[in-house]
Design a binder for this molecule. Structure first.
Ligand SMILES: Cc1ncc(COP(=O)(O)O)c(C=O)c1O
Length: 410
């Protein structure tokens, strides 16, 4: 029998097979057709999209689509190279300036994805003498960026400012710089960083602070600038990372900073230099989306109304929720098999959420992750909650809160 390079993945393949058997895979659901920000045809059935992170529902926004079409006609389909090789298209600079103005920052650097923004900053801005203090629940892109670099990485317990403080205290004799990395809203559980406490620790130790606002741009703060705005801490945050793939409805990433030397990363950061820049059509659509964030506060209001309605309904039904109300509503279930069956039944009843199981989840939890959207109607939110209820009843979950808690061993 011939050997394969991929034999080492047999345990992984086995784990997936053990989870799904002959059932549908939760990782790569075939979507026949997307109809709107909240609806698709999946497996021939009309389905509510209830886990897309399309927070403001801008994927079908007419102004975004028109801007993208115009840029396609004007600038073509792609840049076919990086900005250091093929140059800056007008829209690249325009969106950097628009974001810098929106975020109240001196400079913004555009990356091709949010993943690459984290790689670009974290692999480069900190060096071998430096220390990165990392919240344990941070996104894979943050871990991967740090693996590409050579700073010393120290994890602290999720959202635990005292643990962070202790760990920084131990480094007090070290001359290298210290960078704290946290997120605004954490993507798995939907909880927020205790930013004010983190800022106090940062000040006490003279550290730098980077916050990844991927899930909080257009979601938190009076103007939608994120958690730092909501907590009135923007001046204490040194670097803001974000993505265009959630509230702006397209793809792309950025990092913002007030450091006058920040632009040097354009000739030092490999994930910026060695990959193609964003197609102008995508950037044009993001520019139009940013304008929607700035001029249509009702989008954020709808989003939060839907978040509270859905969180409240699931909580009322006795589900074990992972965080306070937020646009990410994660339900914790007892084990991978229960979570998978629940996920599959929801999909069969026309509600598409995300299944997340260990090792991708914090604390080894099994999670059904939904995210609401400004464009969900009240009826869709009611239908989503009702479907959770009917699947739970069919799977023999007890209606009472205590029984639901027992189901997750809490
Ligand atoms: C916290 C966080 N940072 C970065 C990213 C990567 O964003 P992108 O999809 O733009 O690569 C994600 C994506 O889910 C995320 O949750």
């Amino acid at each position: 029998m011939s050997r394969s390079l991929f034999e080492k993945f047999s345990p992984l393949r086995g784990a997936l097979q053990g989870l799904v058997g002959n059932g549908a895979s939760p990782f790569g659901v075939p979507v026949d057709r997307v109809l709107s920000p909240t609806e698709a045809i999946i497996g021939g059935r009309p389905t509510i999209l209830a886990g897309t992170f399309n927070y403001l529902g801008l994927t079908f926004d007419p102004a975004c689509i028109e801007a993208a079409k115009n840029a396609l006609d004007r600038d073509g389909t792609g840049t076919t190279g990086s900005r250091i090789a093929n140059g800056n298209y007008g829209v690249h600079g325009q969106i950097e300036q628009a974001l810098a103005r929106f975020l109240g920052r001196r400079s913004v650097m555009l990356f091709t994805t949010g993943y690459q923004a984290n790689l670009g900053i974290l692999s480069t801005a900190v060096g071998p003498e430096d220390f990165v203090l990392l919240d344990a629940d941070c996104h894979a892109s943050i871990y991967d960026g740090l693996k590409m670099g050579n700073a010393t990485v120290i994890r602290f317990r999720h959202n635990d400012a005292e643990d962070l403080d202790r760990r920084l205290q131990r480094l007090s004799g070290e001359k290298g710089d210290k960078l704290i990395v946290i997120e605004g809203i954490y993507s798995m559980l939907g909880d927020r960083a205790p930013l004010k406490e983190m800022v106090e620790v940062k000040r006490r130790h003279g550290a730098y602070l980077l916050i990844d606002e991927a899930h909080s741009l257009g979601v938190l703060g009076a103007r939608g600038r994120g958690l730092a705005e909501a907590e009135n801490c923007e001046r204490d945050v040194d670097f803001v990372v974000g993505t265009f793939s959630k509230s702006l409805g397209a793809i792309g990433g950025y990092c913002a900073s007030d450091d006058p030397d920040f632009d040097v990363l354009r000739i030092a950061s490999r994930p910026y230099m060695y990959t193609a820049s964003l197609p102008p059509s995508v950037v044009a659509s993001c520019l139009a989306a940013l304008q929607q964030v700035e001029t249509r506060p009702e989008l954020m209001r709808n989003l939060w109304q839907n978040a509270r309605q859905f969180h409240g309904a699931l909580s009322e039904l006795g589900f074990t929720l992972c965080a306070e109300p937020s646009p990410i509503v994660s339900v914790r279930l007892a084990d991978p098999a229960t979570a998978y069956v629940f996920w599959r039944e929801l999909l069969e009843e026309g509600v598409f959420v995300t299944l997340a199981v260990p090792p991708a989840t914090p604390n080894g939890w099994c999670i059904l992750r939904s995210s609401v959207c400004a464009a969900h109607t009240e009826q869709q939110i009611t239908r989503m909650a009702e479907t959770y209820r009917s699947v739970a009843a069919r799977l023999g979950f007890n209606k009472a809160r205590t029984s639901m808690s027992r189901a997750v061993g809490a």
